[in-house]
Write a protein that binds this ligand. Structure first.
Ligand SMILES: Cc1cc2nc3c(=O)[nH]c(=O)nc-3n(C[C@H](O)[C@H](O)[C@H](O)COP(=O)(O)OP(=O)(O)OC[C@H]3O[C@@H](n4cnc5c(N)ncnc54)[C@H](O)[C@@H]3O)c2cc1C
Length: 209
């Protein structure tokens, strides 16, 4: 539900003008709007994503207030037994100070131990969850035993301006690797649906207008 033309028409209505097709001057207009941070013309469109992500990623995501969310309910439905186990190469150490951490690889042995420990906790947590549900405990309470590595799913509907803000913050080096991958994936849809807007965003050092 998004295209570059919606940006152009959002801006050109100031002069009571409307286009049916993009031309070169419109590409220049988009670049100008991006560069000078005229953000509102980038709001007349929407992207709807259906996301599956661990709860810890979703929590970071939901901090982005400009957009709409609907999420899977662990009150109404039984939790799935799907949990995030990082690939070996994603198990990392954290070195440095807040705001300037670097994340270094760990030995194969530590990576494997981490993965095994996580799986053991996930298995025990899910077993307890199922046991409590079977005893008749409400799902809304039984879910307390599930860790933030459990997967959730949600819809996210957002306009291009807010999506660029999200990408700018979450596809950056400073964002956590796990959400960064989702942000990079979201960015591919921006590039596909709004290629001129995306190119202007990249040319503006990925600063959202
Ligand atoms: C690397 C990183 C580390 C982070 N660490 C922490 C942390 O330790 N603790 C923590 O709590 N959060 C943390 N956050 C979350 C961060 O503070 C923001 O809540 C989150 O990135 C959403 O950004 P946003 O407010 O720009 O987006 P949105 O909420 O989508 O808002 C979009 C824009 O709308 C405007 N806006 C929205 N609401 C208001 C408002 N109430 N008043 C004025 N303007 C508004 C702002 O211009 C804002 O940029 C972190 C984020 C990142 C990327």
């Amino acid at each position: 539900m998004a295209d570059d033309l919606s940006v152009v028409n959002g801006a050109r209505v100031s002069f009571a003008r409307r286009k049916e097709e993009m031309d070169e001057s419109d590409e220049g207009l988009i670049r100008f709007l991006m560069r000078d941070r005229h953000g509102t013309p980038f709001e007349h469109n929407s992207f709807r994503f259906h996301i599956r992500a661990p709860i810890f990623v979703a929590r970071e995501w939901f901090r982005h207030r400009v957009g709409s969310f609907n999420e899977f309910s662990m009150r109404y439905a039984k939790a799935t037994d799907e949990f995030y186990v990082p690939a070996r190469e994603d198990v990392r150490s954290q070195v440095g100070k807040p705001g300037a951490y670097s994340f270094d690889p760990v030995s194969d042995e530590i990576a494997e131990t981490t993965r095994e420990e996580l799986k053991a906790v996930y298995d025990a947590a899910y077993e307890t969850y199922e046991r409590l549900v079977e005893l008749g405990v409400a799902r809304e309470l039984a879910r307390c035993v599930l860790p933030v590595g459990a997967y959730t799913e949600f819809y996210w509907t957002v306009n291009a301006r807010s999506l660029m803000n999200f990408v700018s913050l979450r596809a950056s080096e400073t964002a956590q690797r796990e959400i960064r991958r989702y942000a990079e994936a979201c960015e591919t849809f921006l590039a596909e649906k709004m290629p001129i807007t995306h190119a202007a965003f990249v040319a503006s050092d990925r600063t959202a207008p």
